[in-house]
Design a protein around this ligand. Structure first.
Ligand SMILES: [Fe+2]
Ligand SMILES: [Fe+2]
Length: 164
């Protein structure tokens, strides 16, 4: 059985992952409104990834005989001033999520919950990728500035992202 403390912390992380899905879905809507279908596609794939992160934690709790408790998901922002601002916000958000995951790893260690600690390693690795993805796009958008041809190419590139 998983401890109450660890269970509560994992439930809070489920909420954080589903909030991430909500945030990326709001970002997709922004890009749709800006006629940037490729950027919007990238955000759709990211949304689906975040839902799967949440479900991964649900499954782990089920396996451990824990209880999943779903809370309300906070309202995400809906407007940004540019595509760059969107990806800056996404990069900042992923850094925050990395902090949450690190906090969970520390709690698992403190609770001597080795199974949870091992489970969380997947998320530690995933966060390296998430931060890299967001920061690379931030760097590209900083390079592009507002050059329309470059934005067009970038939209095409991001339009090719596929989910697993
Ligand atoms: Fe995530
Ligand atoms: Fe990812």
């Amino acid at each position: 059985m998983i401890s109450k403390k660890m269970q509560d912390a994992l439930n809070a992380q489920i909420n954080a992952e589903l909030y991430s899905a909500y945030l990326y879905s709001a970002m997709e809507a922004y890009f749709q409104a800006e006629n940037l279908g490729g950027f919007a596609n990238w955000m759709r794939v990211q949304t689906q990834e975040e839902v799967s992160h949440g479900m991964k934690i649900c499954d782990f709790l089920f396996e451990r005989g824990g209880r999943v408790t779903l809370e309300a998901i906070a309202k995400p922002p809906g407007e940004w001033k540019s595509p760059l601002a969107v990806f800056e916000a996404s990069y900042k958000h992923e850094q925050k999520v990395t902090g949450l995951i690190n906090g969970l790893v520390e709690l698992a260690a403190k609770e001597k919950d080795h199974a949870t600690e091992v489970f969380l390693q997947w998320f530690v690795t995933e966060q390296v990728e998430e931060e890299k993805n967001a920061s690379e796009i931030v760097a590209k958008l900083q390079m592009i500035k507002d050059v329309p041809q470059a934005m067009y190419m970038m939209d095409r590139e991001l339009g090719m992202r596929k989910g697993d």
